[in-house]
Design a protein around this ligand. Structure first.
Ligand SMILES: CC(C)(COP(=O)(O)OP(=O)(O)OC[C@H]1O[C@@H](n2cnc3c(N)ncnc32)[C@H](O)[C@@H]1OP(=O)(O)O)[C@@H](O)C(=O)NCCC(=O)NCCS
Length: 145
């Protein structure tokens, strides 16, 4: 059974950073500081650490968009490298849907590396084209209700 912990302090964020950095394109100190501010200060942003049997296995960051229908954006998701391919990513997204049960539509933007993950989980995907040289981006969306 996975245990969820919302990250609420600088110390917690910095401990989690090596894991979160795997889901961040340019993972330098400047980016760490800007994401720290974003997740700790912006009321619509939430960052969760996910543990299994006391061991940290993943992280997920979301942005909740108000209004109706409620929309939630998966901004970052990473599973610890030695835990990948074992179903944790799927469990994290299922757990997120339970935790944030008001969300009717989940969205995410991703690249070729994680596209198959979102497709395997039933997300519809739309090709946004080459946003940066050599980097194709996709918008993914899933109707939760
Ligand atoms: C993407 C990521 C979160 C997936 O986590 P995971 O625990 O390995 O995924 P799961 O084991 O739960 O896989 C669930 C399904 O997705 C598929 N899948 C997972 N990663 C995939 C990938 N990169 N490409 C294609 N399919 C993938 C699995 O085969 C599985 O399908 P199945 O249930 O039909 O067999 C993980 O690989 C990761 O942390 N990557 C680095 C960070 C990243 O790229 N984040 C996403 C962009 S921000």
């Amino acid at each position: 059974m996975l245990r969820w912990r919302r990250i609420a302090s600088v110390a917690e964020f910095d401990l989690l950073w090596p894991l979160l950095a795997d889901a961040v394109g340019r993972a330098d100190a400047e980016r760490q500081a800007s994401l720290r501010d974003r997740y700790l200060d912006l009321p619509d942003h939430r960052l969760y650490a996910v543990d299994d049997a006391g061991s940290g296995i993943g992280v997920i960051g979301v942005r909740m968009q108000g209004g109706a229908p409620h929309e939630g954006e998966i901004v970052h998701i990473a599973v610890r490298r030695d835990c990948r391919g074992k179903g944790y990513g799927r469990l994290i997204l299922q757990g997120l849907a339970e935790l944030e049960s008001s969300v009717e539509t989940w969205t995410a933007e991703t690249d070729d590396d994680a596209l198959g993950f979102y497709q395997a989980l039933g997300f519809r995907t739309e090709d946004l084209g080459e946003r940066y040289p050599g980097v194709r981006r996709y918008r993914c969306s899933l109707q939760a209700k």
